[in-house]
Write a protein of this length. Sequence first.
Length: 882
Amino acid sequence: MTSVATTCPYCGVGCGIRAKADGKGGVAISGDKTHPANFGRLCSKGSALGETVGLDGRLLTPRLHGKRASWDTVIPEIADKFCAAIEAHGPDSVAFYVSGQLLTEDYYVANKLMKGYIGSANIDTNSRLCMASSVAGHKRAFGTDTVPGTYEDLEEADLVVLVGSNLAWCHPVLYQRIAAAKAERPEMRVVNIDPRVTATCDLADLHLPLAPGSDVALFNGLLAYMAETAEIDTSFADRHVSGLSVAIEAAFADAHDTAEITGLDTDTVTRFFQLWSGTRKVVTIYSQGVNQSTSGSDKVNAILNCHLATGRIGQVGMGPFSITGQPNAMGGREVGGLANMLTCHLDIEDERHRAAVKEFWHSPTISTRPGLQAVDLFRACADGRIKALWVMSTNPAVSMPEADAVREAIRACPFTVVSDILPDTDTALLADVLLPAAAWGEKSGTVTNSDRTISRQRPFLPVPGEARPDWQAVCDVAAAMGWSEAFTYDGPAAIFREHARLSAVAGEIGKDFDISGLSDLSDAAYDQLAPVRWPVTDKRTGGRMFGDGVFFTPDAKARMLPLRHRALAAETSERYPLRLNTGRIRDHWHTMTRTARSQRLSQHIAEPYCEIHPIDAERQEISPADLVAIKGVTGQIVVRALITDRTAPGTVFVPMHWTARWSSNGRVDAAVAAETDPVSGQPELKGSVVSVSRFEADWFAFAAGIEQIKPDRISRLGYWALARTDRGWRIEIAGHGQPDWLELARKLLGIDTEARAVSLIDAEQGTARVGFVSEQGVSGVLFAARKPVRVSRAFVIASLADQVPVHKLLAGRPAADQLDPGPTVCSCFDVGANTILNAVHQHGLQSIDEIGEELGAGTNCGSCRPELRQLFARACRPMAAE
Ligand code: SF4
């Protein structure tokens, strides 16, 4: 088998991958050394992709109302239902909710069908949750949705400012590129602006733990400081910027309160201002901490204001840089996959733009106004305005704010189609029609990453069962609706060529997105297409944008906006005293439909948790590892408490990934209110108000087994969280009453009656230790107590199926002469924290590179290096004190 060059399906870095299938279901993954996004690097998620491509649990045939059906049945059914709704209630009675996971070609035809043929703009995407505020900010400032810089700028900068971006965990390869650049040029400075102490602080010379939602005040303060200290580049601003004076005037109105609003001390703020204004080559990277806010668009423009006022844009090593969350969020923006965009960055409200697109598509109609944005789209499902909904490649029943209400809204919609690779996502379970989609590794098309680089995703596995690529499913439905001529393509290359030709029309109108130079690619050339940064025209290819100071506004000038700090939508109160921040963790992706299939990725953090400050924990009498109930205005979740000063007093952090498939009540977005930015429609996913209290249970237990653990075998569990391990499965549970431990353990772990049980049960103390032994060794264990169970999970899991005597395993810890590896730090080589600390002490290791040489940790993907550094510092502390 030869290796195939393709692109990672996770984050917006867009790393190139070499994938080599062995023909027996296995796939070897490595970084593509020639790809300009990563030059061979991969993070833990990308490295583990080979573990996620199996057909276990895949949806392989269409289903109609839960029953197997053929494509010949479901395509007319979908077409009939959509046509009937349109005929009876008009085009705005139907909607598509799509995804940054789609390839550009999928996205293009879905958008064409909805806007150009159905005649509604009710197509929105999960990118609304991710970067709509950046789109709005770019359009307001530049006239188009343009990311000006390139990844090389991040390495060339003398100052990298990260705002609301835990790059080390969320975009690890970019983090590694910056870390490598800083190692080469130690004079390079990094500032991390984030309310939390994250792994990204490891690289930072300065951390600004600003109050949630106060970014506009901070950057207004910076702009005012630069105006005061004559750092404004008036020569650039006079020629290329409008709105300078009003923006500065507004900035001054916030400036004397900057420290108070941001909660930062004046010295730290001044140090940041001096660093920023005193460094010419500044890149400001921003991500979800900026975008996911009711003032997200203003935050973006506050950052852009500072770059525009000082001419720090479009030149080597300088500029604002929005990092996208998803692999093809940018591609979705290019085709107009948001409800307020047309296609190729054209404007839906502009009659000339609409006419040009309609003519190009030879379409019978064209939507004349923006459609429903994500939050409103699901509200319209709930109140009956949407009669037919098609969800593609995303899981809104988990990822949308007010997730419980969204789940009910989808349930209430008279007809719902879901295209996915799995039949049992939280959203797929609500579908009337389930369409089996081709998965990463089976699909062919293109994606665009955060620096405008278009890359091919190439198939290296056959499409299994009756699965189809999404573009094909969309075209099949369009044909059944009567538009076969406009939706007949012989493959993704044909769609790409049409998209590129349409971009030429946009280019002639004066838009930035122009890839007309790729309009005539043959199928073979498309197959071979090397990564290329847009624009691609007969005049230029790639490069930085705005280096000439020409913007895509009517007067060719960029626009600075007068902005003022606005408080977060919800205020804390006695009832909801804490602010809830949500985000990603290192080794999981979105709603875990892929990453939870990998035992390696499930080791790092195996349970949903809440970071809570010691002061808040004490106030609520919460102890380490307690379960906590987090109540928001719209819903409640239960997760494990992690008491840490990484999060500020008054705030809690909960990861976004857990679903009903992997936890009983870990869907954090159920507790997030759907407040949105008035300009971008992006929800505030980092600023809801909540209360946190200890979750009371009569008992707590941890179990691990070889066979799949099924929590639904046990009725009335108060809490559970499930994960894979390298030996099988693990689960944390809690409940009420007095269970029969032997029976519960046997049922939960799926142990047959042949297996011998060994148990130590103390009813008075409320403790239980149960093990099952078969010929292969210990096949399952359960530990229970009245408090959260304190056993070494790593030791217990590692001992399963080994010939470890069960009585030793039931000790829950290794013998005194054995090392408990501790929680996993390096997923690639399965190295635990205790193993690392022990090696540092026993072998006198002097650096994380020496840890790598000794244990392998941190030498593959490098995603754990920030944690290694923290551990190393911890290991050195007592030695330094001696
Ligand atoms: Fe994939 Fe990691 Fe690269 Fe993101 S940084 S594209 S998740 S390998």
